[in-house]
Write a new protein. Structure first.
Length: 340
């Protein structure tokens, strides 16, 4: 048995029956012929473990992705195209990108985890999504050992969604991802009309700057995130726990009449996106704690493990939140985090 505590940012102390760490593509390809792999009932792929919650021991094989590597594929006047090994740390890529004055992923600063997992749930923050920068994703089909490449379109990206999270979940091991980044010139138009970015720019005295750089934008966002989110290196968490529910305008208008304090953002002619954190706050669970399993007191969308929360306590907490929100608003909160 192998403790998984160190392999996920939630740091729940559960055990996996088998664990293999892979450092290159060939090792992934050879897994198909590995007796341990063949005899395992279930397989889970883990990168940084920052979007996974284990609530119980895992009777199967955990594959840890540590595939490193970066290669410049192409450079033009306007863009660079770079290939990354799937185990590269995503935040390091963002930092190198802004240090070199490239635009395209600066708003995704401070998201933990690997580049290989970034397309899985199409990570996004502050008005940016990785799908806007993914050229292609390559990996190994774990049922056949076959190497396959998915173009951006074939990845079937959606809001926190992709083909890798659905039909290919845990049977396609992503080994590399290619990103396109943009060289900054006078046409650079930073995405700052989102969340508290403009307010923070004001606080930092950056509001007067005529042409912000991607690095300045990323520093501003990093500061906002640090003020709202727990430091995952110190407190167990997987960031936002639930997806923001999408509902029709009609349902929203009815709910808003009944609950004027409800927060919604119009996303299309038909739909409104609710804030899941707002819903949790409105049922009075912000800061709620059962032992070390808790709703973070600074941000109700974030669930935390203050040290020794058990999988059972986390499961009960999730159930309590979903039940209370459903009872009050008739809305089912869907976890964004992968629960096992
Ligand atoms: C403090 C904090 C803040 C966060 N903020 C954000 C945010 O702003 N926006 C956002 O979108 N997310 C956010 N997240 C969630 C998380 O960081 C992202 O989903 C990240 O991409 C997960 O990367 P990982 O390597 O840790 O993936 P893991 O947690 O290891 O895995 C996530 C999923 O991807 C699969 N997977 C992982 N690697 C591979 C691979 N190589 N091939 C195939 N499947 C794979 C896993 O099986 C699992 O289903 C946050 C998390 C934390 C802890």
């Amino acid at each position: 048995m192998h403790s998984l505590k160190q392999y996920t940012t939630f740091a729940i102390d559960v055990q996996a029956k088998e664990l293999i760490t892979v450092t290159n593509e060939q090792q992934v390809q050879e897994l198909v012929h590995n007796p341990l792999f063949q005899s395992s009932k279930n397989t889970i792929i883990i990168g940084g473990g920052s979007n996974i919650l284990f609530t119980q021991d895992f009777d199967g094989l955990v594959l840890i992705n540590k595939i490193a590597g970066k290669n410049l594929i192409k450079e033009t006047d306007k863009h660079i195209i770079v290939k990354f090994g799937a185990g590269e740390i995503f935040n390091d890529i963002v930092e190198r990108s802004v240090d070199n004055n490239y635009a395209g992923i600066e708003n995704l600063i401070s998201i933990p985890g690997t580049i290989g997992a970034a397309p899985v749930q199409n990570i996004g923050a502050y008005g940016m999504e990785i799908s806007d920068r993914i050229v292609q994703v390559t990996g190994i089909d774990l049922t056949t050992g076959e190497k396959r490449t998915y173009t951006n379109e074939q990845c079937e990206f959606g809001y926190r969604d992709s083909i890798f999270k659905n039909s290919l979940k845990n049977n396609f091991f992503i080994t590399e991802a290619i990103l396109q980044l943009t060289k900054v010139d006078s046409s650079y138009n930073p995405k700052i009309h989102y969340g508290d970015i403009e307010t923070m720019l004001l606080v930092q005295g950056r509001d007067g700057i005529k042409q912000l750089t991607p690095k300045q934008v990323s520093q501003t966002i990093a500061e906002i995130r640090a003020s709202k989110l727990p430091d995952w290196k110190k407190i167990g968490t997987a960031g936002s726990f639930f997806q923001n529910p999408l509902i029709s305008k009609d349902i929203y208008n009815n709910l808003k009449t009944e609950h004027p304090e409800l927060i919604g953002h119009i996303v299309s002619q038909e739909n409104v996106k609710l804030s899941a954190g707002n819903l949790i706050e409105l049922v009075g669970l912000k800061g709620y704690r059962d032992g070390d399993a808790a709703v973070y007191d600074k941000h109700a969308l974030v669930l935390v493990n203050y040290g020794s929360a058990t999988g059972e306590q986390m499961k009960n907490l999730i159930h309590l939140i979903q039940t209370k929100v459903y009872d009050k608003f008739h809305i089912h909160l869907q976890p964004e985090v992968n629960i096992y």
